[in-house]
Structure formats: structure tokens, C-alpha cells
Write a protein that binds this ligand. Structure first.
Ligand SMILES: Cc1cc2nc3c(=O)[nH]c(=O)nc-3n(C[C@H](O)[C@H](O)[C@H](O)COP(=O)(O)OP(=O)(O)OC[C@H]3O[C@@H](n4cnc5c(N)ncnc54)[C@H](O)[C@@H]3O)c2cc1C
Length: 436
């Protein structure tokens, strides 16, 4: 057995910069086998005409995998790309390349952790270890001032304690060269057609201005910090965020890269307000991931964290369809849904307004809306999506943050001068079902 080879299984960490699994594998082994697997479970059509991964996010993923492959090639390595079940593919590759261990980043939501467990079991049958790393959060789980089971549910308390008592780790170094086994097989990245999307869907996805990959993410970070306008920023005139969430969600950028880059820019004069907005956002993201770790499947219950039973039998398929297709009686909600269906991204106030309308005006349980966002959002991540939806619906984990406080103010934030509804209100979007 060659004890000096480690298989690095990339999932939602599609980067070479600040990637602990890659860095640790290189420190421990002479050679690594970098692998990405397109898992068919991630690309299936669901019974209600939605998809697990809508075509816009699928395009973003494919672009990000291309970018990672290119980066690894620049470092003298390559990315082995396969399609199939990771629990079947990874043990086969591990055997073929006689690896000593398999490294990956641990996830928090059930579907993702179930896949890890299947891989772990299959590897174990070959006496191989799947090593889990915790690299998705800004604050490292092991540095928290409390065990997971004691993390405060109230966001304000969580934030106060964590900011006071925990240091943020530095970034790990970026490799300058990577050795892979000489016989590493050449592989190609599947097209969207091969992943099961129709020509019409693929044409639709071209309207999104977001392009996947670590390089694009770094470019966006640069544009935000240098306060220069770019096509993406121009697309969202009233947005005060960074628009970095798609790259953060897929791990093209690590939260540490964003944090440390922003902090360095602050020392060079970047406005404190921008820095605070970004750090505050990253804290919310950490909070939801830790809450998922603590409470698990509670986020997928119709009544969430509330003890009151939430009735779901009033569900109206036609109202839900109107909401999805931007055909409600509310012009702002319609504009929001058109934007979501067209480019796979809507700003935070738009998410609140659309979610609030579905739950309060249409009386539809928030889980339906969350599942629709799961299909459409380019930055979809289970903890952030289901955690935020639960709050808007009033059944979230942080009691004080439940519900929507001032809907008019949020409306004004999204569309201060009516330009948003003007831009997105009348756009003709394709129907959202799969049979487009
Ligand atoms: C109903 C609903 C569903 C949502 N679903 C998702 C989702 O699936 N994925 C996702 O990344 N965000 C989700 N959000 C949170 C938020 O809307 C987006 O993270 C934000 O709009 C991204 O824009 P930005 O990159 O400009 O954010 P910025 O303001 O620049 O914030 C910096 C980063 O912090 C994180 N962040 C900011 N706000 C939040 C928040 N409230 N919760 C969690 N993380 C946050 C993001 O990674 C973001 O890129 C959801 C919000 C709502 C109300």
C-alpha cells in the first residue's frame, strides 16, 4: 500500500485558497487525488415539478468545477470528475490509487450528512477512514465557548458571546504545487445536457449574470472592496450587500477569505459600515449552521420551533403556482418572483417580502416556499434557507427574530423609487415547471 496518497473529496468547498482539507492532505501525504462527484441525487426532478437543483445553480456548479479543475492544473495537478454515487465511486478510486485516507468537509443538513455516512461505511469496509474537517464556518466549532448542545438559541446572545470569547482563525496557506499520481485518469466535466436539463432550460440559465468559480468570486470581492461598479453590482442598484453569497454557499470563497480580506481593507480605509454588514451576515450564516448541528431536523418540521401546531391542510396548489410564477395580486411579489426565476438570485429584502406574502397572505406553509427557493436560488444552502424561512414564518430558532417587523420599511429598502417593479414586473419569464 502506498501510504503517501490522500484522496481529497471536494463538495461545497470548490477552491484552492484557504482550503483546509487540501492543505492538510498536502502536509500529510506526498500525493493527493482531488475528486469531485456529480451525485444524481442532487439533480433529480421532484414530484411537484420542482428540481433539487434548478438549472441556474447547476450551471453555477458546473462553472465552479471547471474553474477548480483549471486551478488544480495550474498547480501541476488535476481534478478527477466522476458522475454517480459517491459511496460507490470513492471507495473504487481509493482502491485504484491506493490512498491512505479520504478527506472531506463535514456538512450539517441531513441529506448531505447521510451521503457522508454512506461513504464512511463503504470506505470502512475497505479499512479506510473518511476524515471529517470543519471548515465551512467563520468561527471554528472547536473554538466556541460552549458545546454545540449549549449554543444559545437567541441570535443576539450567540453573537455577543462568540464575538467576545472566540478568535477567528487565520486562513490556511494556498498551495504552490500539488503532486498527483502519474496515472491519474483524465476526466471531463458533464454538460448541463448530460445532467438532465433540457435545451430550453439551459437557454434560460444564460440570463443569470452570476458566473461560478473561485476566480469570479475573488473578482466580486475585489469589486466590493474597491467600490468599483461591475455588471453584477449594476444589476442590483438598491442592494447594500456584497452579492457574494453564491460563491460562499458553494465554497468558492471561504468565510475566512472574505473576513480577513475585508478586515485588511478596513485597515486601509474601507467604510466600517460595509465591514459590519459583511461580518454580521457571516455571523447569521454561522448561527444557522450551528443551529442545524444542534437541532437537526427540527428545521424541516411544519411548525418549526413553535409549540403551536401549524395547519397545512389549507394548501392551495393554484395559489402556490401563482406565487411561483409571479402572478399574484401583489406587483412587488410578482417582480421578485420574476427576478428569482430569471437569474436565481434576489436580495435579502426581496426574500423577506416573498416569504412573508406566501405565509401570511396566501396562508401556505413556509416549507413549500423553502423547497421552491431550494430549487431556484443560486446561493441555496440548507441551513441559511430553512433557518431564514422559519424566522419569516414566525417559527424560527431565535424567538426575538421571528416574524417580519416592518413590512413597509422592507419594501422601501427593495424598491425606493419603483424602479425594481418597473424592471422586473412585466418581464416574461418561462413557466417554472419542468415542462418548459
Ligand atoms: C427566506 C430567505 C431565504 C434565504 N436563503 C438563503 C440561502 O439559501 N443561502 C444564503 O446564503 N442566504 C440565504 N438567505 C440570507 C440572505 O438573503 C442572503 O445570504 C443574502 O441576501 C446574500 O446577499 P449578499 O451576499 O449581498 O449578503 P451580504 O449582506 O453581503 O452578507 C455577506 C454574507 O453573509 C451571509 N449572510 C448574509 N445575511 C444572511 C442571513 N440572513 N442568513 C444567512 N447568511 C447570511 C451570506 O453568505 C452573504 O454572502 C435567505 C434569506 C431569507 C429571508
Amino acid at each position: 500500500m502506498n501510504k503517501d496518497t490522500i484522496l481529497v473529496w471536494f463538495r461545497n468547498d470548490l477552491r484552492v485558497r484557504d482550503n483546509e482539507i487540501l492543505w492538510q492532505a498536502l502536509a500529510k501525504a506526498d500525493k493527493v487525488v482531488p475528486v469531485y462527484v456529480f451525485d444524481p441525487r442532487q439533480f433529480i426532478a421532484l414530484s411537484d415539478k420542482t428540481q433539487k437543483t434548478g438549472v441556474i445553480r447547476a450551471k453555477f456548479i458546473v462553472e465552479s468545477v471547471h474553474d477548480l479543475k483549471h486551478s488544480l492544473q495550474q498547480l501541476g495537478a488535476d481534478l478527477l470528475v466522476a458522475s454517480g454515487y459517491p459511496e460507490e465511486i470513492l471507495p473504487t478510486l481509493a482502491e485504484r490509487y491506493q490512498v491512505k485516507e479520504v478527506y472531506h468537509h463535514r456538512e450539517v443538513a441531513k441529506e448531505e450528512t447521510d451521503v457522508s455516512s454512506l461513504v464512511e461505511e463503504a470506505l470502512w469496509k475497505k479499512r479506510l477512514n473518511l476524515r471529517h474537517f470543519i471548515g465551512h464556518t467563520l468561527y471554528h466549532k472547536e473554538d466556541l465557548p460552549f458545546p454545540i448542545k449549549d449554543i444559545p438559541d437567541a441570535f443576539a446572545t450567540f453573537r455577543k458571546k462568540i464575538e467576545r470569547e472566540t478568535a477567528i482563525r487565520p486562513m490556511v496557506a494556498t498551495p504552490t504545487t500539488i503532486d498527483v499520481p502519474e496515472e491519474l485518469e483524465r476526466s471531463t466535466i458533464p454538460t448541463l445536457t448530460a445532467l438532465g436539463y433540457t435545451d430550453q432550460q439551459i437557454a434560460l440559465a444564460q440570463a443569470s449574470p452570476f458566473k461560478g468559480g473561485e476566480h469570479e468570486g475573488l473578482k466580486q470581492l475585489d469589486a466590493v472592496l474597491s467600490d468599483t461598479s461591475n455588471h453584477l453590482i449594476d444589476e442590483f442598484p438598491a442592494n447594500d450587500g456584497t452579492l457574494l453569497s453564491p460563491w460562499i454557499a458553494l465554497g468558492c470563497l471561504s468565510p475566512h477569505t472574505v473576513y480577513h480580506t475585508v478586515k485588511a481593507a478596513e485597515a486601509d480605509g474601507l467604510s466600517k459600515k460595509i465591514v459590519q454588514t459583511i461580518v454580521f451576515g457571516l455571523l447569521w450564516r454561522d448561527y444557522f449552521r450551528f443551529m442545524f448541528k444542534k437541532h437537526g431536523n427540527k428545521f424541516f418540521l411544519a411548525n418549526g420551533f413553535s409549540n403551536n401546531f401549524v395547519a397545512t391542510e389549507k394548501f392551495s396548489a393554484s395559489k402556490f403556482d401563482h406565487w411561483k410564477n409571479g402572478k399574484t395580486t401583489d406587483a412587488t411579489v410578482n417582480a421578485i418572483m420574476h427576478q428569482l426565476n430569471t437569474i436565481g438570485f434576489i436580495p435579502y429584502p426581496a426574500r423577506i417580502l416573498a416569504a412573508h406574502y406566501l405565509v401570511n397572505d396566501l396562508g401556505i406553509n413556509h416549507l413549500f416556499g423553502a423547497a421552491y427557493f431550494e430549487d431556484k436560488l443560486i446561493d441555496y444552502s440548507p441551513a441559511s434557507n430553512y433557518g431564514n424561512w422559519a424566522h419569516v414564518a414566525g417559527v424560527g430558532s431565535s424567538v426575538k427574530d421571528n416574524g417580519v417587523k416592518d413590512i413597509k420599511k422592507i419594501q422601501a429598502l427593495l424598491d425606493p423609487d419603483g424602479a425594481y417593479v418597473e424592471r422586473w414586473g412585466n418581464i416574461k419569464t418561462a413557466p417554472t415547471g419542468l415542462n418548459i
